[in-house]
Every structure is written in C-alpha cells, then in structure tokens.
Design a protein around this ligand. Structure first.
Ligand code: DGY
Length: 327
C-alpha cells in the first residue's frame, strides 16, 4: 500500500474532523491550538505534502519559498484566502482549495444580527444592564433606530451578500448593492434589489452599509477615509467579511467625531488586535470573528477540507480550487 500523505493541520479542528483525517492521512494535529509561529509554519511547509491552514496563518511569499519538494496542496480551512500570497503560491505551482458554501448561511445570520444590533443599540443595552445601570423601563430610554424601511447597501453580492439580502428583505429593508457583476434580472427581482454600478454614488444614499466582499489587493481599504466621509451622518457600517476592507483607523475617527451613526464589526484589520478607539466607543458592536462559528459549520468545513485533500491525493481535481482557477 502506498505511503499515506503527510498532512499538517495548523489549528485544532472539531474532533470528528480530526478523527477522520487521522484515519485517511498521516496527519499532524495541533491539539494545543496555539497559533504557529512563522518558523513553525515554514517548517510545516518544508515537510508536508499538504498543509491545512486557517485565517490565523500568515502564508506570505517567504513561507511559500520554504515549501519542500513534496508540498503540492494548501487546503485552507475557511473560505477567505487573503492570508495566503496567491501570486507566490501560483509561481510555486501550488494548488489552493477553500471551503465555500457551507458557511454562507451562518455568516449571513451573523451579519443580519449585526445589522439589527447596531441601530437598535443592543450591545449598549446589555452592557448597561450587566453593569447594574438599569432602573427599569422608560419611554425615552435607550432609543435606537427602526430598521424596517431603511436602505441597506451591500458591498459584494456573492454567496454571502445574497444570503444577507434574502434575510434583510424579510425584515422590510430595501436592498441596494454594488458588485463587479450585476445579478441576473430574475435574482434582482426576487431580492427587489437595486444595482449601483458606482460605489461612491451608492454609499452616499444608504442608511446601513454591509461589507460582504472578499479582501483582495483591489478591495483593501475600499471603505477609505475619503469614502467614509461620503456616508450620511446616521449611517451604520457592518462588516463580517474582512477587517482590511475598511480603513479601521479612519472608521474609528469617523465614529469618534460622530460623523457616522455607528458600526457593527465581526472582523478587524489586525486580528486579534482591535483599534483602541473602537474599544471605548458606545455606538460600536464588536464581535470576535464569529461569522462562521457554528459547530455544524465547522464540521462541514472540515468535511470540505477532507474531500479536497482526498480528491487531490487520488489524482483528481479537488472541487473547491481557488488556484489554479480553472473551474
Ligand atoms: C472564513 O471562512 O473565511 C472565515 O472568516 C474564517 O476564516
């Protein structure tokens, strides 16, 4: 029987996923779950046939240059691959896979929660109650803003953006979107969605903005200081995609000055560090990158990783290839 491929997993995965990976491959787990140092990551790249990283690994050109002769596949546990230098991986002839679809609904649920939590000041209310500051109901206490009838601008209308739109429509929110490609007429009609080719024009008119695009060199700081200055003073900014799509320092400044209504964020530019000014602001919801954090989702993501690795090892094209992009 041929030797089992050496698969190095960089973080702790759900038990069921790890057990199956141990059965199928010569798997090196990270049971302590301590993020790997760059040196440990480099060593993994030097010795493995397959590396299974996550968003917490910084797979830059230097790490990729340390890939040994056996390494052929990076099977990412997660859909976003912004933490991998795709250009360097491509030059090295590596295949990259990810885990799309299985986390769409969970991430859209979390995004919808943020869309409600921000304008309705839910985090503020909970903080006040837990701090013992609640004296009972009062007609003018803690008033937020109605989301029904408001305009939601979705930046990035892919799988997750579309799933957010479906939810928001059910809450009586008007759907607007900016995307590289316009949706089909049928889907636009189903979502009652208005397409804006020009992002600058759209964001000037929105009550809530939700960032749902991937982080790429093109979308880095897409919501720049200049664009944040275009928002209406009551606009809420929601981000459950990647922190780097928003200029976090500029966002903190705009919130501190009261130039915009608030923000509800699940992701940050330099995780796990959060901009100090955001931490002190009341009109901001801060969650620790929980978008796809359900047990069901994580098991499904693991299943995708296993199928991608197994298919590749068996000499076939893995289903979720990001690189080469030949679907
Ligand atoms: C994803 O899958 O991209 C999640 O954000 C975790 O990486």
């Amino acid at each position: 029987m041929a030797e089992k491929p050496k698969v190095i997993v960089t973080r702790k995965l759900p038990d069921a996923v790890e057990t199956r990976m141990m059965e199928l491959f010569d798997t090196q787990l990270n049971l302590e779950d301590a993020p790997l140092s760059q040196d440990q990551l480099g060593a993994a790249f030097a010795t493995a046939d397959v590396v299974v990283p996550t968003v917490t690994d910084n797979i830059d050109a230097e790490i990729i240059s340390r890939a040994g002769p056996k390494l052929k596949l990076i099977a990412n546990f997660g859909v976003g691959v912004n933490h991998i230098d795709i250009v360097a991986a491509n030059k090295k002839g590596l295949v990259i896979t990810n885990t799309p679809d299985v986390l769409t609904e969970d991430t859209a649920d979390l995004t919808m929660a943020l869309i409600i939590m921000g304008p309705r000041r839910m985090s503020e209310g909970e903080r006040m109650l837990r701090a013992g500051g609640w004296d009972g109901w009062a007609p003018t206490q803690h008033l937020g803003h109605r989301i029904n009838g408001k305009r939601l601008g979705i930046i990035g209308m892919g799988r997750i953006g579309t799933a957010v739109a479906r939810r928001a429509l059910g809450f009586g929110i008007a759907i607007h979107y900016h995307n590289r490609m316009r949706l089909s007429g049928e889907l636009e009609a189903e979502l009652e969605a208005t397409y804006w080719e020009n992002l600058d024009q759209m964001i000037r008119h929105m009550d809530i903005l939700s960032v749902n695009c991937p982080l790429t060199p093109d979308t880095h700081h897409l919501l720049s200081e200049k664009r944040l200055a275009m928002l209406q003073p009551h606009c809420f900014v929601v981000n459950a995609a990647r922190g780097g799509i928003i200029d976090e320092a500029a966002l903190a400044g705009a919130l501190k000055r009261g130039d915009i209504g608030g923000a509800a964020l699940d992701v940050f530019e330099n995780e796990p560090t959060v901009h100090a000014d955001l931490m002190g602001l009341e009109n901001v919801v801060l969650l620790p990158h929980l978008g796809s954090a359900t047990l069901e989702g994580r098991i499904d993501m693991g299943e995708k990783v296993i199928v991608n690795v197994k298919t590749f090892i068996d000499g076939h094209k893995p289903p979720d290839r990001v690189l080469p992009n030949l679907k």
